[in-house]
Write a protein that binds this ligand. Structure first.
Ligand code: AMP
Ligand code: ZN
Length: 460
């Protein structure tokens, strides 16, 4: 296959994807901080990297996909206190909720899902290395900080300059730090907070050190691809580079991928701004059978580096389009699956789009054309190709009939009404048959009469 090109934040350009070990691809994605349910903005980022991991596999790489769980953090401790539960209990229940949410979006489980609390020893080892290299210091308050000014490459990922950062950004000045940009590697224990013993005294790790330790521990360095949303470029990922490369793992990551935000009214959706919908809220408003895949489609049909805006209308529109694909698959049942011929026609164009920095808008445009062709030609082979191409990135694998019928028909017994209507038709009572059709239509059920007296139905 011609090579996959990925936009690398480090070089700000598209580069051929060349893994460190031929044929193997490691992908590390910063996972959720489990203090609350994820919102649909978070879901966008995780869905993007699910698509990336699937496409890497389709491209023939032996993929190791790591997505960590941040299960110790200020936010978890605060929220657990508010709720009067142990921090571990809150983290556990939110990690379970996250897993359920991922399933609703057909996100495949990552190959490894390390938790920060299981990595404290490795983090302490890394901090000790940094200290021995003069990159970490113990402050008077018992914290251990990274000394940013002692790492020559600081700012290379986010392209920020230390002096500009100090002058331009309001960096909280803590008396214990030598430089306002220094960040905590280890935080001294405070009363009532969880802590671990260490050479620096009891305490807990800072956030950034987690990912340096877990990434090296799970897949070694360099990791081929490291991802997250664009807000993680600075300071989180910049600090990961400083820690890992400072400790001698050079380069830490070969390619950095950053996804754009999902916005609400042109502003980043975020919990701190209060302008968010949890994924569960969103799915709760949608049909239980169709909602997950419709939302996945809504999240992936824009390019991952373009911002998208959340609205119920665009979400509904995504659902309509998806139903159009499934209708084609129902009308023209796919031939038995066979290997995709990537060198020709629709498949080649789909692959070229995906290989061009995961250009899903173009890839879906190809699927639209293919769908029109399926409807026109009634070709079972093309229908099978539509299903197979959709399947490469997690779409169109449900049974079309089941999908199109959906879940929520309320108290209405649709099949019983259809049987009554067919009986009326047989008795030539057309006004009654018509009335039943209209009644169902008012309830959002569309009937389609097929040859042989069969009536199929789907939700509008
Ligand atoms: P958090 O649990 O806050 O660490 O966020 C988990 C992931 O979601 C991180 O990769 C964030 O960068 C990402 N994220 C947060 N808000 C948004 C948003 N509005 N759009 C896309 N990704 C987001
Ligand atoms: Zn991270």
């Amino acid at each position: 296959m011609p090579s996959l090109q990925i936009f690398n934040t480090l070089s700000r350009s598209k580069e051929p994807f060349v893994p460190h070990r031929p044929g193997k691809a490691s992908l590390y994605v910063c996972g959720p901080t489990v203090y609350d349910l994820i919102h649909i903005g978070n879901a966008r980022t995780f869905t993007t990297f699910d698509m990336v991991s699937r496409w890497l596999r389709v491209s023939g790489f032996d993929v190791t996909y790591v997505r960590n769980i941040t299960d110790i953090d200020d936010k978890i401790i605060e929220r657990a206190k508010e709720k009067g539960v142990a921090f571990g209990e809150l983290a556990e229940s939110m990690a379970t909720a996250f897993r359920e949410d991922c399933e609703r979006l057909s996100l495949l489980p990552p190959d490894r899902e390390p938790r920060a609390t299981k990595y404290v020893d490795a983090m302490l080892g890394l901090i000790a290395t940094l200290e021995s290299k003069g990159l970490a210091y113990r402050a008077d308050n018992g914290d251990v900080y990274y000394s940013v000014r002692d790492f020559a490459g600081y700012g290379k990922l986010s392209r920020r300059n230390l002096d500009d950062l100090r002058a331009g950004e309001r960096v909280a000045v803590e008396a214990a730090k030598r430089d306002p940009l220094d960040f905590a590697l280890w935080k001294a224990a405070k009363p009532g907070e969880p802590s671990w013993p260490s050479a620096y005294g009891a305490g807990r790790p800072g956030w950034h050190i987690e990912c340096s330790a877990m990434s090296a521990g799970e897949v070694g360095t360099p990791v081929d691809l490291h991802g997250g949303a664009v807000d993680l470029q600075f300071p989180h990922h910049e600090n990961e580079v400083a820690q890992s490369e400072g400790a001698g793992h050079v380069p830490f990551a070969r390619c950095w991928m950053h996804g754009a935000f999902l916005n609400m009214d042109s502003e980043k959706m975020s919990k701190s701004l209060g302008n968010f919908h949890t994924l569960r809220d969103v799915l709760g408003q949608l049909d239980a059978v169709q909602g997950g895949e419709s939302t996945r489609f809504f999240l992936l049909r824009g390019h991952y580096r373009s911002e998208i805006n959340f609205s119920w209308d665009t979400l509904a529109d995504a659902g309509n389009t998806l139903r159009g694909f499934y209708t084609a698959l129902r009308e023209v049942p796919p031939a038995p699956p066979k290997a995709i011929d990537w060198d020709a026609g629709y498949a080649k164009r789909f692959r070229d789009a995906m290989n061009d920095d995961f250009d899903t808008p173009i890839a879906f445009a190809v699927l639209h054309e293919l769908r029109t062709e399926v409807n026109r030609t009634k070709s079972a082979e093309l229908s099978a190709l539509l299903k197979a191409l959709g399947g490469t990135i997690g779409f169109l694998q449900a049974d079309p009939e089941t999908f199109l019928q959906g879940a929520s028909t309320g108290a209405l017994d649709v099949q019983a009404r259809i049987d009554e209507r067919n009986a009326a038709k047989k008795a030539k009572d057309f006004p009654k048959a018509d009335a039943i059709r209209k009644e169902l239509e008012a309830a959002g059920i569309v009937l389609e009469d097929k040859p042989g007296g069969i009536t199929e139905w789907r939700r509008k």
